[in-house]
Write a protein that binds this ligand. Structure first.
Ligand code: ARG
Length: 585
């Protein structure tokens, strides 16, 4: 579709330029031509509005449209591809279905669906940071949105040719970690995740919850946690050993959840290994007069001139803050893998933090600080009354997925599909992940949202399972090819001229553009809505057109190969939004 659009743009530009001898070069080139998809199929396949040339050509838009249409009609190359008609201020193009179908279908079946034309990010090195948990508790619903956004954006950028490096910072030190350590140290009696039969990150999280109860009963608990932090910073061997053990539990459990959702990283950074670098840089900046010291000894940056605030970078006792480690982490990242861009996928509540961080790095003289970007996403909540967790507020990621999986198992049983799907557990897990990911990505990243588990699982509607179901349906059709009329026919794309077939083919051919827009705006919801468009168009086709046993064997074979093209686009696009594909469902 992209090639066709650019062909017609070029010809429109040429026609316009011919109308005005005095037009400056460039004012009427291909890039300046706007192309639209008409709102109704009876208005053609492409539309070129002529409003914006009226001034330059000193002519009314309908007159311009008439002249451009005439010029396109006279051009044999154009005429072969389609018919141009002036309708008011527009030039509408009706593509020549039988000849264009050939071109479109063969491209779809030959190439990787992403297409060669889409290497617009080739040579770019993009680092994407996402998830970035703390080691005092398991992943929760908010992380699930973060994780799938980061993973999906990484896949989308890579599909456009970028070299992508996915990274995670594990915030593994600081007072919150010491709180779960303290509770365990005082009350744990050497228990382990194995001894109590609890997933290891949950085990650590339970001690963090316990700390809160402890500190309500005994106000000195807070001070003992601070003491533990000082011991940690001083390198006290016993404290370090305990910290290592609990971190290992937390990280192991968190990684198991990543495995489950299909999220992965090329590199993990640990705050405990980067915060000293941050501290060192802050002290260097202080020496160079970029930062200043308060009377109490703390180190600050004054960003009031930049419309920000004054911000503390080192505490009065010399200990680091959240931002201190981020300074060190960013520097290490650029040293390890010089990037053209680093995207931080982090919640919108940290907008201010990232503004300050980027400014600090810029003031420290790091050129690449200009290439840092905060992809700020909105909150995700559960509707009132759904799945309260232990603390009554956050829901653990694992619990949520388990819950979705249970619901999917029930659905499979109710529909009597246990024998058909094979491993019910396995299929239900993949349905759960598909439901979750699609629901979370379907909303634009910046918006806050509610996650409705029941709605996400609906088998008919704008959901992940619906897409999975469509994939399974086409897969099953392809398995039944032998013995059908389709196996006796020849693929002849010129037969795809009926409205439902034509619309489907055009929709498939728009995939590269949908992908490019999603990459440019870092917004996977555009792939989600594209997928929904494909599924709706396919349903109409499936409903209206017999496939395997169309009366003409050639037509059957051709429609089946169109279905195969749907499957290829579907598989690729589903993978971009992290929805597992299912052969049977
Ligand atoms: N662990 C942090 C938190 O839970 C998020 C880290 C985000 N990334 C960063 N580079 N600061 O709030």
């Amino acid at each position: 579709m992209h090639q066709l659009k650019s062909f017609f743009k070029q010809r429109c530009a040429r026609a316009l330029a011919a109308m005005d001898g005095s037009a400056e070069k460039g004012a009427l080139d291909e890039a300046s031509i706007v192309v639209e998809i008409p709102p109704r199929p009876d208005m053609g396949d492409l539309a070129f509005p002529m409003f914006s040339y009226a001034k330059l050509l000193k002519k009314a838009p309908p007159l311009i449209a008439a002249e451009v249409a005439r010029s396109l009609a006279e051009d044999v190359e154009c005429a072969r591809r389609g018919k141009a008609v002036a309708v008011g201020p527009y030039v509408n193009v009706y593509l020549n279905r039988s000849s264009v179908a050939q071109e479109l279908l063969s491209t779809l079946l030959k190439e990787e669906p992403r297409g060669r034309e889409l290497s617009f990010l080739a040579g770019k090195r993009i680092m994407v940071e996402f998830s970035s948990p703390n080691t005092n508790k398991p992943l929760h619903l908010g992380h699930l949105r973060n994780d799938v956004l980061g993973e999906s954006i990484s896949r989308i950028l890579a599909a456009c040719g970028a070299t992508v490096r996915k990274v995670c910072i594990i915030n593994d030190r600081g007072i919150h970690i010491c709180k779960s350590m303290l509770a365990y140290k005082e009350q744990g009696n050497g228990s382990t995740p194995e001894s109590v039969g609890v997933k290891s990150d949950r085990f650590v999280g339970d001690w963090y919850v316990r700390f809160h109860t402890m500190s309500q009963e005994d106000p000195t608990a807070e001070e003992r946690a601070q003491q533990l932090l000082r011991q940690w910073e001083a390198g006290d061997p016993e404290t370090i050993a305990l910290w290592k053990q609990m971190n290992q539990w937390a990280v192991e459990g968190i990684k198991a959840t990543y495995q489950r959702t299909g999220v992965s990283f090329d590199h993990y950074y640990f705050e405990s290994e980067t915060y000293l670098k941050g501290k060192e840089e802050v002290l260097k900046g202080l020496e160079r007069g970029i930062f200043y010291r308060e009377a109490d000894g703390s180190v600050w940056i004054d960003l009031t001139a930049e419309g920000l605030d004054k911000k503390v970078l080192l505490r009065k006792d010399g200990t680091s803050l959240y931002i201190t480690q981020d300074i060190g982490t960013a520097i290490f990242r650029h040293r390890d893998w010089p990037f053209d861009q680093l995207i931080y996928v982090v919640g919108s509540e940290q907008q201010y933090h990232f503004k300050v961080l980027f400014k600090v790095l810029e003031k420290l003289g790091f050129e690449w600080a200009r290439n840092l970007y905060h992809l700020s996403y909105g909150m995700v909540n559960l509707p009132e009354g759904k799945m309260k967790s232990r603390e009554g507020t956050v829901v653990d990621a694992d619990d949520l997925i388990d819950n979705l999986k249970e619901m999917a198992i029930e659905e499979i049983r109710e529909k009597d599909r246990e024998a058909i799907v094979g491993s019910v557990e396995d299929v239900a897990e993949r349905i759960a992940i598909g439901a979750l990911h699609y629901y979370l990505l379907q909303v634009s990243p910046t918006k806050d949202m509610l996650f409705n588990p029941k709605e996400s699982l609906s088998f008919n509607g704008n959901t992940g399972p619906y897409l999975q179901y469509m994939g399974a349906r086409i897969s099953s059709m392809l398995r039944k090819k032998e013995g059908s009329a389709a196996s006796r026919g020849m693929v002849r794309p010129e037969l795809l001229t009926g409205d439902p077939e034509w619309e489907l083919l055009k929709t498939l051919a728009q995939f590269p553009e949908a992908l490019e827009t999603a990459a440019r705006s870092l917004d996977p919801s555009l792939i989600a809505s594209y997928l929904y468009e494909v599924s709706k168009t396919f349903s109409r086709f499936y409903h209206d057109c017999p496939i395997l046993n169309a009366e003409e064997p050639d037509l059957a074979a051709t429609r089946l190969s169109l279905s195969e093209a749907v499957l290829r686009v579907l598989r690729t696009a589903m993978d971009l939004v992290c929805i597992p594909f299912l052969e049977v469902m």
